[in-house]
Design a protein around this ligand. Structure first.
Ligand code: PLP
Length: 360
């Protein structure tokens, strides 16, 4: 084995999927690694994980396990749509910006109907506009609304907002799908139960993300109306998403759900984001682009500050809304957050002094 550069082991906050596997998911995988089990989901771990979801969501939902979020979203949306249908989403939605056309591909052509949004949230008004814009046969028929909870922009839909969106969907005969790649962060932020944030608020299908919550791999697709899940197993198989050793996709969920790690992990990540935001928001030259409601913080700062921060070894993305994004995860080390804050502060001070020097 080649030696790893210790620098590569330092925590970065460019994405919450830079983190490893949390102990609860890891130990459940290990526990599942004894003896043989029936393949393709007909095993005790898959049954136990599905039941854990039903218990957590307080309802008899249908549960499927797939490898990643792109598959979960694409297959869930495809199951709600015919090829001539439209899916209403935000311009910043992962399905629009980061899934390489997979939702259109797996639905055989359903079109994404994109709403412009400054905050990264859909509103009843934006849904109404897209749902009623055209009624003629030349335009794809709106069928589904999809929202991301928490959003790509680090915001969280309140229960009131969810209720209003659901009412709007019902008024136009639209299904409501939730991309929950960071669903746990939203629950932790709201202090609400998973049931309240989903089916009690009118959500028909949820893609519940495990990867960013502390698992190696895996997302769960939950259908709250079982009829919508018809033939979903065939869809998964055709898309290459039916794990043959399914117990290893399912067991980590048992570890996450039965221990409560799913919520603890998210609460920790959210806490670190707030801790970061509180420290950097008072730095001259830096300002928060949006309130911190989940595990993301977006900073507005000039390149004179951001470049030197990069040169000190920090990684982050600026392609989302032009702001510098910092994401916190289940294992974020507060000391590492503080180190980043110190570097931001020093780089901002240096940029400020240089500016003063040029001015005089
Ligand atoms: C990460 C993420 C996904 C899933 O992405 P995959 O890389 O396909 O697992 C889906 N939606 C959102 C909002 C995400 O941030």
């Amino acid at each position: 084995m080649t030696e790893m550069d210790p620098k590569d082991l330092l925590q970065q906050f460019a994405s919450d999927n830079y983190a490893g596997i949390c102990p609860e998911a890891w130990s459940a995988s290990e526990a599942a690694n004894h003896g043989h089990a029936t393949a393709y989901g007909d095993d005790p771990w898959t049954a136990r994980a599905s039941d854990a979801f039903r218990e957590l969501f307080e309802t008899d939902c249908e549960v499927f396990f797939v490898f990643n979020g792109t598959a979960a979203n694409s297959l869930a949306l495809a199951s709600l749509c015919q090829s001539y249908h439209g899916v209403i989403c935000c311009d910043s939605a992962h399905i629009e910006t980061d899934e390489c056309g997979a939702p259109e591909f797996f639905s055989n052509g359903s079109k994404l109907l994109v709403a412009q949004s400054a905050e990264g949230k859909l509103t009843p008004a934006s849904i109404r506009e897209l749902a009623t814009k055209r009624q003629d046969i030349h335009y794809p028929k709106p069928r589904v609304v999809t929202i991301t909870q928490s959003t790509e922009t680090g915001r969280v839909y309140t229960l009131a907002e969810l209720g209003a969106i659901s009412d709007e969907c019902k008024a136009h005969g639209l299904y409501l799908h939730m991309d929950g790649a960071r669903f746990a962060n939203a629950c932790a932020s709201l202090g609400c139960s998973p049931a309240e944030v989903t089916w009690k608020s009118g959500v028909d299908v949820l893609c519940f993300g495990g990867t960013k919550n502390g698992m190696a791999v895996g997302e769960a697709v939950l259908f709250f109306d079982r009829r919508l899940a018809a033939d979903f197993d065939y869809r998964c198989k055709q898309a290459g998403q039916l794990a043959s050793k399914m117990r290893f996709l399912a067991a980590p969920w048992v570890g996450m759900l039965e221990s409560g790690a799913w919520l603890r992990n998210a609460a920790h990540a959210n806490h670190c984001a707030r801790h970061f935001a509180a420290q950097v928001s008072s730095i001259r030259g830096i300002r928060l682009a949006a309130p911190v409601e989940a595990n993301a913080a977006f900073l507005l700062a000039p390149e004179e500050i951001l470049n030197p921060v990069r040169e000190r070894g920090w990684r982050f993305y600026t392609f989302i809304g032009g702001a510098a994004r910092f994401m916190f995860s289940w294992d974020t080390d507060p000391a590492r957050v503080d180190a980043l804050c110190r570097d931001l502060k020093e780089c901002a001070a240096q940029a400020h002094f240089q500016q003063l020097g040029m001015d005089t």
